[in-house]
Structure formats: C-alpha cells, structure tokens
Design a protein around this ligand. Structure first.
Ligand code: ADP
Length: 584
C-alpha cells in the first residue's frame, strides 16, 4: 500500500510540475502575444493620429481619440510633456484634473528608447492595465495605449482553474483506482503473509488460495509448493519420531539419555521401573541415581574430548540385587555435541537361570553320585568276591536294583521338572476332569499303600473341570499321595478330598505322617530339598514337590502345606492344591 501511495504522490508531483510548466509557458505566450497586439495597435494608432488633421489639445482631437479607443476597445492617451491632451477613457472636461504623466514608467521608457511598456494597477480605471507608449514625431509628445491586463489574467485564471479541476479529477480517480488496486493487493499480500506465518507456526496444511492470473500467483504457487514439501518432510520426521518414541517407551530395556555434560536428559518407562528415583533426578549425574561409580567412570571416559572410544559395555549389580548389562554408546546431536545413550538390560533372570543350572547340575550329580557309588561298590564286590550265600547275593542285587530305581526316579523327575519349567505359563491347558484325575492317582498308589497297610480314602470331590492337563494333574496327585504313603506310618489313613472356593477348587491330600515343621513348609517345595538327607533309595529325590509346584503354577494355581493336622499329637500334614475352575 505504501508503494502505491508513493506512486500516487509522485504522479501528483509530476502533474503539478507539468501544469506549472504549461501555465508559465501559456502565461508568457499570452503576455507576449498581447504585447505584440498592443504594439501593432500602437503603431496603427500612432499612424492614424500622426496623419489626423485634428490638432492635439482640441475637442475634435479628443473626440477622434475617444471614438478610436471605443472602436478598438482600448484606452488611448495623448501626452505632451506630461500633460494629457486627449484620453479615450476620460471626458474632455476631466482632462485638466489628470496628473502629470511624464513620470509614468512606460513614458520614461519610451522617452529613452522610443517604445515603453509597463503593467500596473490603474487608479483611474481601477484595474491592472498593460500600458504601451511611443514617442510621436514632435518632441515631448507620446501616444499611449492601455488595455486591461485582466483579460490575460482571466484567461490564465481559467487555465489555472481548468488545470486544478483536471488535477483533482486525475488525483481523485487515481486515488480511487489505487485504493481498489491497493485493497486487492493488500488482501493478496495479507493472505500470502498470513499463510506464511501460519506455516511458520507449524500449520503445514495451510495453503494460499489460488489467485488466477494475479501478480502474486507465482509467489503463491512457490509458497504452496514449499508448504507441501515441508508438510511431507514433517510427516516423515513425525513418523520416524513416533516410531522412535514407541520403541523408546515400550522397550523392555531401560534407556537413559545423557546430555553433553553427562547429565540425565530423559529416561524411558522401563528405566523408571529399574530406578524409580530417576523421575526426580533429571539433570543429575548417573552416579547420583544409581550409586554405581563404574557407570559414572565409563560415562566420564567417553565424554572426555580427547577420548576416541565411543561405546562401552559393563555388568553391574544394583543395590536391590538385580544385575544389569549396561551398554553405553555415544551419538552427535545437531550441534555436533557428543551425547550418550545408556541401555540397561536386566540380566537378573539370565543370571538366576545360570545359577539354577549350576545348582541343578551340582545337585543332580550329587543325587546320582551316591546311588552310582553304591551300585559300583556292590557290583565290584560281586565280581571280585561273589558271596556264596544266596541270601547275601540276593541282598546285594536288591540294593543294586534299589539304587538303579532311585537313579531312574531322579532322572525321570528331573526330566519332568525341566519339561514343566521349560513350558512354563505357555503350556496349553484345557478343561480337565479333576475327580477323574484324582481317582486315577488313587488307583495308581493303592498297591504301594497296601504294602504298608495304608488306606487311601476319597472324600467329597466336586464334579468340576479345572484348568490344566490330565497328565499334569495325575503327576501332582501321584506325588502327593506317594509322599503320604512314603512318610506316613504303617496302618494309617490318607484322605483325599476337594471343595469349591470362590471360582477355585481346593484339593487336599491329608496323611497321618510326622508333619512338616513351620520353617520347612516353604522350603520343601524347592528342588532337591529332603528333610531327611539320609533318605536314599525308595525313590526319594527331593524333586516331587518342586515338580508339583511348577505344574500347579503353570495351571495358574497354588500349592501349600498345612501342618500339623492333629494339634494334640502335632502330626499329620495336609497338602493343598488350588486350581481355577473352568466352564467345561
Ligand atoms: P521326595 O522325593 O524326597 O519325596 P519331595 O519333593 O516329594 O521329595 O519331598 C520333599 C521332602 O519333603 C521329602 O524329602 C520329605 O522330607 C518331605 N515330605 C514330603 N511329603 C511329606 C509328607 N507327606 N510328610 C512328611 N514329610 C514330607
């Protein structure tokens, strides 16, 4: 808009200058042509007067001058030595009242050069007049013509008025046109600048309305193309950022980002689970959060400007006992500053499994070594000194068989336990008939129970389906009833029963055995735990209850022991198995 105003002002100045120049020229032309006319008239009047028979100073001369002046529409004055002898605009009677004309500028000029001119206000005619005087043939005599200069002035005034009107019309028209153009231009510029500002603010979907054929079309197209491209790039960046955010937030590993000074800049959800205190420690050093100098040392080393290493990996044990594999790697941000990413990978489970495996191998070897040593010893004896007494021979062979059975039981139990733990919660369970499985187990164990004169009694068992597998449930109840048969005294009773409890069914295997001391109630479910360490043979491996617990947990249930059953004698134990009831 400003530029249009400037243009308008320049145009106005140019018009005014043109007008002024034209006015001056016309004014000069008019004045000079008027002077020429006057001079021509003067020559004519002078000729006429000089050839007139009338004598200046007479009334007939005055009459002739008056008529001549009237016909020519000019004032004619005849002057002799300053005295007006005749004047076409003054009556003869008033002529003597006229003052001395010898001092009139045109007369003085005529006296000097023959012809004199002057423009001035006439007191006699009360208007601006153009005076032209010329000497006559006689000394001191002048003929003078005067015509109103206002004629020229009026024409000039008219020209001025016309020009002023024209100027105003042009200026007004130009102003209206400029206002219209300015309004359109302003609207277009405003739209362009508003859209550019909106794009700058992040509204990349904004577009400039197409202005067909408009002078801003090119610019609008360029800005629209730019916005489209920026929008495309931003979408790609947002997409990538969302991918990274999702990865960052949902990674199981804890992530900690450090700024170039080694201060915590951000952490992900998993990191907060690993070290909840980090939430309030943004901007602090990793040492302050994790109290592990190994991490801080490594961070400081990588961040040193002279250091060339860009990554590191270390294993640390946190105060709560968890083990972490920490990988530190560096990257350069957009200002080429080195930042660090710390990835905390929880390897506690791996370590736990390693430890279990170690323990398992050592326990297994211990469990197998004892019967193996026994088998080896008896076998060597039989080879080196075979006993002649058949009874002793049978005893030796019986011991070898017992130990071999025990080893077989240990290996079978180990295999079952490993399989159960390996399948874990992923095990495919299905609705399983609980009472059928219990009946199956009771039938399995009746022969063994009979040998010790133990009675197995099945109580109330609801006819429900539980979540599990047939094989698993039979294994569980086999183990529990077998334990009762093994550890309860002869001639005792083992009772198996079950009851529904809030969506679960709790089965109990109750015996009249020695019971389990409170401190052992949890421990007996661990692998290779035997309360009587000397119990070798008879298939005591210390794995039965561990297998039961592993299977029950796979079926989303629970197992525990309640003891003593008889408070008076402090004997008896009741092994409880809680399993979820499912709709058949
Ligand atoms: P085991 O093969 O030795 O029976 P278990 O894991 O089944 O292994 O049992 C672990 C230990 O718990 C047994 O060695 C035994 O000392 C004790 N135990 C298990 N069941 C009973 C029970 N019904 N009465 C008393 N002690 C039991």
């Amino acid at each position: 808009m400003k530029i249009l105003l400037w243009g308008w002002a320049v145009m106005l100045c140019a018009l005014m200058l043109t007008f002024w120049f034209y006015y001056e020229t016309v004014s000069e032309e008019l004045t000079s042509s008027s002077r020429q006319n006057t001079t021509r008239l003067l020559k004519f009047v002078r000729w006429k007067v000089s050839h007139s028979p009338e004598v200046p100073g007479t009334s007939s001369f005055q009459k002739e001058i008056t008529e001549l002046g009237q016909n020519l529409e000019i004032r004619i004055t005849y002057i002799r030595n300053g005295q007006v002898l005749a004047d076409s605009s003054v009556s003869a009677s008033r002529l003597p009242e006229l003052d001395d004309h010898s001092s009139r500028p045109e007369v003085i000029a005529a006296e000097a050069s023959g012809v004199g001119k002057n423009i001035r206000y006439s007191k006699t005619l009360k208007t601006r007049m153009l005076y032209v005087a010329q000497t006559m043939d006689k000394d001191g005599e002048f003929i003078r013509l005067a015509m109103p200069y206002s004629v020229i002035g009026e024409r000039l005034e008219r020209i001025k008025l016309h020009f002023t009107i024209l100027l105003l019309v042009i200026a007004g028209g130009a102003a209206i046109t400029l206002k219209f153009i300015g309004g359109r231009t302003n609207a277009a510029v405003k739209e362009v600048s508003d859209t550019a500002a909106a794009i700058g603010e992040g509204d990349y979907g904004k577009r400039i309305r197409v202005i067909p054929g408009g002078e801003f079309q090119g610019m609008a197209d360029s800005i629209n193309t730019m916005a489209r491209k920026i929008q495309g790039h931003i979408r790609i960046i947002e997409d990538q950022r969302n991918q990274l955010d999702a990865m960052f937030e949902n990674m199981k590993e804890g992530i900690m980002v450090l700024d170039p000074k080694g201060r915590i800049e951000s952490v992900n959800k998993s990191m907060l689970e690993i070290a909840p205190q980090t939430r309030d420690m943004i901007g602090r050093m990793p040492l302050e959060v994790l109290t592990r100098h190994e991490i801080q040392d490594s961070v400081d080393r990588i961040l040193r400007p002279d250091n060339e290493a860009v990554s590191d990996s270390l294993i640390i044990d946190l105060q709560d006992g968890r083990s972490m594999n920490v990988t530190i790697c560096s990257y350069e941000d957009y200002k080429s500053r080195r930042k660090l990413i710390l990835v905390f990978h929880d390897i506690s489970e791996v370590r736990r499994i390693e430890r279990i495996l170690r323990d398992f191998v050592s326990n297994a070897s211990h469990q197998l070594r004892t019967p193996l040593t026994s088998i080896k010893g008896y076998s060597e004896t039989l080879i080196d000194n075979p006993p002649e007494d058949k009874a002793i021979l049978a005893k030796f062979l019986g011991t070898i068989l017992d130990n071999a059975n025990h080893m077989s039981k240990v290996i079978t139990s180990m295999f079952a336990l490993t399989r159960s733990e390996y399948s874990g919660k992923k095990l495919r369970t299905s609705p399983t008939d609980l009472s059928g499985c219990i009946r199956h187990s009771v039938t399995n164990l009746v022969p063994a129970a009979k040998k010790r004169n133990i009675r197995i009694e099945s109580g109330d068992i609801p006819d429900v389906q539980v979540s599990g597998t047939d094989e698993g449930l039979v294994q569980i109840f086999d183990n529990l009833i077998e334990n009762g048969v093994k550890y309860a005294p002869e001639n005792s009773l083992i009772r198996v029963e079950a009851e529904i409890d809030d969506g679960y069914v709790v089965s109990r295997v109750t015996d009249e055995g020695p019971g389990i001391a409170p401190e052992d109630r949890e421990r007996i479910f661990e692998r290779f735990v035997k309360l009587d360490e000397n119990a070798v043979g008879g298939g005591s491996s210390g794995l039965g209850l561990a297998l039961c617990r592993s299977l029950v947990r796979n079926f989303n249930g629970d197992i525990w022991v309640e003891s003593p059953v008889d408070a008076k004698t402090g004997t008896g134990s009741s092994f409880c198995v809680k399993l979820p009831v499912t709709d058949g």
